[in-house]
Design a protein around this ligand. Sequence first.
Ligand SMILES: NC(=O)c1ccc[n+]([C@@H]2O[C@H](COP(=O)([O-])OP(=O)(O)OC[C@H]3O[C@@H](n4cnc5c(N)ncnc54)[C@H](O)[C@@H]3O)[C@@H](O)[C@H]2O)c1
Length: 399
Amino acid sequence: MPESLGVAVIGAGMAGRAHAAAYRTAPTVYDSTLPPIRLVSIGDVNAEFGSLAARRFGYERNDTSWQAIAEADDIDVVSVVVANHLHREIVEGLLAAGKHVLCEKPLSDSLDDAIAMADAARSASSIARIGFTYRRSPGIAYIRDLVQSGVLGRVLHFSGRYWTDYAADAHIPISWRFKGAPGSGALADVGSHLGYIAEFIGGDIREVSGGRFATVISQRPKPLGAVIGHEHGAVSDELDTVENDDYAAFSFDFADGGAGAIEVSRVAAGHANSLFLEVFCENGSATFDFRNPTEIGLMLNEGPTAQRGFRRVLLGPEHPYIRGGLAMDATTVGFGQNEGFVYQARAFLEEVAGLPAESSLPRCATFDEGVHNMRLLGAVAESASRRGEAVDVTTEVFA
Ligand SMILES: NC(=O)c1ccc[n+]([C@@H]2O[C@H](COP(=O)([O-])OP(=O)(O)OC[C@H]3O[C@@H](n4cnc5c(N)ncnc54)[C@H](O)[C@@H]3O)[C@@H](O)[C@H]2O)c1
């Protein structure tokens, strides 16, 4: 095991701060098996954002280029948390410098770049992983366990929607999120999470159909200053064109015969972050609503039919991640998205430190899984471009 691990986070925006905080907390959950974690640098081209985040989360310094982090001898582990179109250059540079890399989702903004990144990861001497944070949400992980253990059994029907409203206001300034090819909008931003979760729970998706995109606010004002995350900020009178999807939907077939549909939006006013899913399985059904992440709904086909129905299961120490995963790990103390980043950082550090898989959290997803996720998004875009035609995710060639 290394004597210590030096950590850096590239990107001090909305999710970068979550990574920065997560590395700080990761050694404080579960058993003290990690080597000492040194919080070394926050890298952001915006020096003000970088230095503020470094001070806030207790990192030794900030850097203004990813190259400085790649060259630093005191850094071993780097999270890449910048706009999707920047992932490839930075990740490839870090891997070439021997850093262990945890990249944010989606792996890139194009399938070709994602494939190149997976090739680079395969030939790298260090570890490269992608963070699909929501798989670490205890309710989602538990529903998967119920499916895989046979309690719920095979998924017959998956229904998912991820509704956000960060772009519902037409005065929200243009940013990298609104630029790129069809499918690089709401689909890549939040649909990448939900597509991953559908497969995490129900197994591989074979075919998508009914792909549909809509851009419902076609122009947005340019910001007057730097924009982070979903912030409003001051805007100019000048407008810029929104290039990608505000809304996306598609249907799909699982490889093992089940079916489902996903609908995502960034203009769903009133739904700041509503990830909702229902799975209907051979032996019952389950529901999860991220607005109440500490519980799931469960219905099992057992007992007298007159008494069947959904029950509310409160998540506690008997469920994934919770025992030892919170300072106070009792049922109903509450947890949410920030804990997902902590468990993700912990899993990555455990793998980098060489701790055995049996005594670690489930490993983070590989870049090959990130490519698979990009193929799913690409298939939806292809279906949308062919007015909803069916597209085989595994065999068809699309850009
Ligand atoms: N897992 C999740 O729940 C989750 C949530 C939000 C975002 N994300 C992902 O995280 C990534 C970043 O999203 P965000 O919302 O934090 O973005 P953001 O726009 O809030 O922040 C991006 C930051 O990157 C900085 N930056 C720009 N170019 C840079 C460069 N060349 N080198 C270093 N820094 C640079 C910007 O100054 C900014 O501070 C995206 O891939 C997004 O999909 C994941």
